[in-house]
Design a protein around this ligand. Structure first.
Ligand SMILES: *Cc1c(COP(=O)(O)O)cnc(C)c1O
Length: 223
């Protein structure tokens, strides 16, 4: 399997304004280095320990994105270097990220994860919970986080119309918060993270600005 060829194929499908997170979870460093050699700099992981190990071992100009569910007690391990946290889904987690960012004298970019799928297994906020967070006084006082946008996952289904409806809903919520909350200092919206290997073309048609692609680049994962 040629990582560089896979990467090129995926990139050909992406408009200029859409950035690519190469999802390298479970994949060894040598495959990541092949993608790196082909010019890829943004990599996504879903386990903090694994991301920390890879960060130590691999080139320092890689931007590491945490795309998985985050446990609060592990934020401290990645706070010094993580480039974007995609799946922030509670006020308590945001508060911990703010605290650990402050300890490291930095501002950490975050996306709020919104629940759009019909399945019960996916994490995320609903629209009202999202608005409650952004509208709260406590949120305004978080000086060490910056909300860059939203992240969402569509249902795991072959029904393209359903996927399209879910991504469209997320795009509408994104536009709504852009309209109503862009004035806050810790909000700087430019990222709508949606789309994976099997649905990223639909996601782009629905307004995605960031896709998270693993198996189309690195091959299937064996768990
Ligand atoms: C694993 C994962 C991806 C990538 O999935 P592929 O189907 O391999 O492209 C994207 N986003 C999240 C949150 C993931 O956990």
């Amino acid at each position: 399997m040629r990582i560089d060829e896979n990467l090129m194929k995926v990139k050909q499908e992406l408009p200029d304004q859409v950035s690519l997170v190469a999802v390298s979870k479970t994949k060894p460093n040598d495959l990541i280095l092949e993608a790196y050699a082909a010019g890829q700099r943004i990599f996504g992981e879903n386990k903090i320990q694994e991301m920390c190990d890879k960060h130590q071992e691999l080139p320092k100009d890689i931007q590491w994105h945490m795309i998985g569910h985050v446990q609060r007690n592990k934020v401290k391990y990645m706070a010094a270097f993580v480039s974007l946290i995609h799946a922030v889904d509670s006020m308590r987690l945001l508060k911990e990220i703010n605290k650990q960012a402050k300890n490291n004298n930095r501002v950490i970019d975050c996306l709020l994860q919104v629940y759009i799928a019909s399945e019960q297994t996916k994490f995320g906020l609903d629209k009202q919970e999202l608005l409650d967070i952004l509208g709260s006084q406590e949120f305004k006082e978080f000086k060490n986080i910056r909300i860059k946008g939203l992240m969402g996952m569509a249902s795991f289904t072959t029904d393209k119309q359903q996927i399209e409806n879910e991504f469209t809903e997320l795009n509408q919520i994104y536009n709504l918060i852009k309209q109503d909350y862009s004035g806050l200092e810790n909000i700087d919206l430019d990222t709508l993270s949606m789309g994976m290997s099997n649905d990223y073309k639909i996601a782009i048609d629905c307004g995605s600005t960031m896709v998270r692609i693993g198996s189309s680049i690195f091959g299937d994962r064996n768990y």
